[in-house]
Ligand binder design. Structure first.
Ligand SMILES: Nc1ncnc2c1ncn2[C@@H]1O[C@H](COP(=O)(O)OP(=O)(O)OP(=O)(O)O)[C@@H](O)[C@H]1O
Length: 301
């Protein structure tokens, strides 16, 4: 278990990134920290492996204050997977995966054998082993990042918006891989995301943060969806869902040349005015009405 006790972090320039943050992160489960940009998610996560040290308060792993651990040693036992994979550009896929195990004293032969196993775990073909990161797709690079994070066989895996730079289809695949790997390996995963759908898909526990690392709600996805604790959470859930689900469907009826906008449940939520269409024709200020909708209701569908 990872435990934050009244942790605060003020950066040198005076930014109070996290204030009085307390949280228990259960072992062998996925906890997702989700919130808008600048809410302190990354700062919280980095205090686990001492990439950031708290200004006050303590972070404990299985009852041991991480401040008592030597940072480099600590980090070698915790997998860290970040956005844009963070791979070493001049090293092959295999070398990227074996670097940290080699530093911790694993023999070259064992590290290579394990790297090939991990490539299989994350769905990468062996034939990619000698390529350089620039010769891989974004999704493949992220898979190498995940394999590298797993290479030291850590109990804890930190994942900082790992899939936000890949396209939605690849992101879906990678999210499913995480769930599959987790079902197999049962790590303690802390996952940072600004995407509430991703949080609900992956999280056993979801923690919604507001500016200053203030926890506005924590619980299972079902608990949060059923009972958003504040307007902020309700809006966060609703706005995000509405935005993602809105589509102009060919099968929806048009009004003249104007197109009907529907949400994921197929309910009409607005009209997109076509140039010269009925809405546009009577509109003295066309731009202001080119999209008319009520997205705030779309999340309820
Ligand atoms: N090294 C730093 N020095 C000063 N301020 C920082 C530093 N790192 C982060 N901050 C500030 O701390 C606050 C929280 O940042 P943090 O990166 O933890 O948020 P976040 O929720 O992860 O944001 P994002 O989703 O944009 O990555 C922000 O106001 C940010 O500008």
């Amino acid at each position: 278990m990872i435990e934050f006790r009244s942790v605060s972090k003020t950066y040198q320039d005076g930014t109070a990134a996290v204030e009085d943050f307390s949280l228990e992160i259960p072992a062998r489960r996925i906890t997702v920290l989700v919130g808008s940009s600048g809410s302190g998610k990354t700062t919280v996560m980095r205090m686990i492996n001492r990439m950031v040290d708290p200004t006050s308060g303590t972070v404990e792993i299985d009852g041991v204050d991480v401040a008592t651990r030597e940072p480099v040693q600590l980090r070698r036992g915790i997998g860290y997977i970040m956005q844009n994979s963070g791979l070493l550009p001049h090293r092959s896929v295999l070398d990227n995966i074996t670097t940290v195990p080699r530093l911790t004293g694993v023999s070259k032969a064992d590290a290579r054998r394990r790297a090939f196993e991990l490539m299989e775990v994350v769905g990468l073909e062996r034939s990619l082993a000698d390529r350089y990161p620039s010769q891989l797709s974004g999704g493949q690079q992220q898979r190498v990042g995940v394999a590298r994070g797993l290479a030291v066989d850590p109990n804890i895996l930190l994942m900082d918006e790992p899939f936000s730079a890949v396209d939605p289809i690849v992101r879906d695949e990678l999210q499913q891989e995480v769930l599959r790997i987790q079902a197999e390996l049962a790590k303690t995963i802390v996952f940072v995301s600004h995407d509430i759908d991703e949080a609900f898909l992956l999280g056993d526990q979801v923690v919604v943060l507001e500016r200053g690392g203030h926890i506005v709600q924590q619980g299972t996805p079902t608990e949060i969806l059923a009972n958003p604790a504040t307007d902020f959470v309700a809006t966060f859930i609703g706005a995000e869902r509405g935005k993602r689900r809105l589509v102009v469907s060919d099968s929806t009826p048009a009004i003249g040349d104007d197109r009907v906008l529907v949400d994921g449940g197929g309910y009409p939520v607005g009209i997109i005015a076509a140039p010269g269409g009925r809405l546009e024709a009577g509109n003295p200020n066309p731009k202001s009405r080119s999209v008319s909708n009520k997205t705030d209701q779309a999340g309820d569908a």
